[in-house]
Design a protein. Structure first.
Length: 354
């Protein structure tokens, strides 16, 4: 008989706790300005989204409402769980018609096509059918029969996603292919949230959407923020290390975030488009530090699929990202540009390439 359990864990609570520890919950002040620390968490994008803003309470609340209005726009356009979302319309019209989409959606479709090439197919927004088959975030996840997975191979080709930039139209030419922006849209939402905050003149804020984090400015006390990397070992809790950060994004992907257990085996939500199964290599967590959370969201997932050697080489090949990779043996590998702002916090883990 199958035994099955489903888990969805977000890293947010841990990060929130860590942030509170690192900058305290009382209001802060600089020489000229008084700030309140205003923090709100709201559910959207299938996860808890925490916004921390330093401003007067009145302004902060206005900013936070503005941020969540923007998140709702993105979710309504891109979610598979919103019946008439643009992505659902696009998927339903596959093999048939062009669909007009918003600039937001178009941007991500375009970036999705580019990044599939750049990552040699490790990150592929065209594996919607495969993700739906596993249904790891759904009510009834289960290991699909291999024959069903096999029928999908050959239908992840993003050349079949046709884009017309001048009219913001998109069409999926392959009737067997669907798009899923679950690995890219949350990062985009974080970046857009930061834009809203900046538009209001906010200088210090932290956006944490289900573990996709951006820190705006530094801590009002004049120090950098210290953002923890969640311990990927299920049941242990705590952090592995911390990263000193300001004006940057820190995003982690791992096998501990969303998964189910069937017949004593754990199946997580990051799928390897080559095998059709959850990526299974040395890694259990990838953290990417970058200028945008969009990059962080994409590359943390892509590198998780690539595995340790290829993933580390990939990070070193790009100037725009740095990263920390954690293996199932508790080894930590830090990219060359990150080591100065990286600090181990857990003796069970070993920084191998220090
Ligand atoms: P990441 O590693 O960043 O992404 C993993 C996700 O990307 C997977 O869950 C899958 O969707 C996709 N993916 C897996 N493998 C690959 C690959 N090789 N290449 C490209 N993409 C891949 N969750 C709910 O439970 N209910 C909801 O209603 C819901 N609505 C959402 C609406 C939007 C607009 C978005 C962006 C997300 C929503 N989610 C929802 C959450 C979503 O299902 C994912 O769990 C989440 O986005 C994964 O983020 P992550 O950072 O944990 O993992
Ligand atoms: Mg992500």
């Amino acid at each position: 008989m199958n035994t099955k359990k489903k888990y969805i864990k977000t890293t947010i609570i841990l990060i929130a706790a860590l942030l509170l520890l690192s900058f305290g919950i009382t209001s802060c002040s600089s020489e000229e300005e008084e700030f309140d620390l205003v923090q709100q968490s709201r559910f959207a994008l299938g996860t808890y989204n925490q916004v921390t803003v330093y401003a007067t309470e009145e302004l902060a609340n206005e900013v936070i409402d503005g941020i969540f209005d923007r998140v709702a726009e993105i979710e309504n356009a891109m979610s598979l769980n919103v019946a008439d979302s643009e992505i659902n319309q696009l998927n339903e019209a596959r093999g048939e018609a062009f669909v007009t989409v918003s600039e937001d959606t178009f941007k991500l479709l375009k970036r999705g096509k580019e990044v599939a090439e750049e990552t040699d197919g490790a990150f592929n927004i065209g594996i919607g059918q495969l993700i739906a088959l596993w249904d790891i975030s759904g009510d009834d996840p289960q290991v699909p029969p291999e024959e069903e997975i096999d029928t999908l191979f050959g239908h992840f080709d993003l050349n079949q996603l046709e884009l017309r930039e001048d009219t913001l139209e998109a069409r999926i030419n392959d009737p067997m292919m669907t798009i899923d922006l679950g690995g890219i849209a949350k990062g985009y939402a974080v970046d857009e949230a930061i834009k809203v905050a900046k538009d209001y003149g906010i200088e210090h804020a932290i956006i944490d959407f289900g573990g996709d984090v951006y820190v705006l400015g530094g801590n009002p006390n004049g120090n950098e923020w210290r953002i923890g990397i969640t311990n990927p070992i299920i049941g242990e809790g705590g952090v592995v290390a911390r990263i000193f950060s300001s004006d940057m994004s820190i995003v982690s992907s791992g096998d501990y975030e969303r998964y189910f257990i069937e017949n004593d085996r754990r199946y997580h939500h990051i799928l390897d488009p080559e095998t059709g199964f959850p990526a299974d290599n040395e890694l259990n967590s990838v953290t990417i530090v970058s200028d945008t959370a969009l990059d962080g969201d994409i590359y943390s997932t892509a590198i998780f699929v690539m595995g340790l050697d290829k993933g580390l080489a990939f990070i070193e090949s790009l100037d725009s990202i740095e990263g920390a990779l954690i293996t199932k043996d508790n080894d930590v590998y830090v990219s060359s540009g990150l080591s100065e702002r990286f600090e181990m916090m857990n003796e069970s883990f070993h920084w191998v390439n220090e």
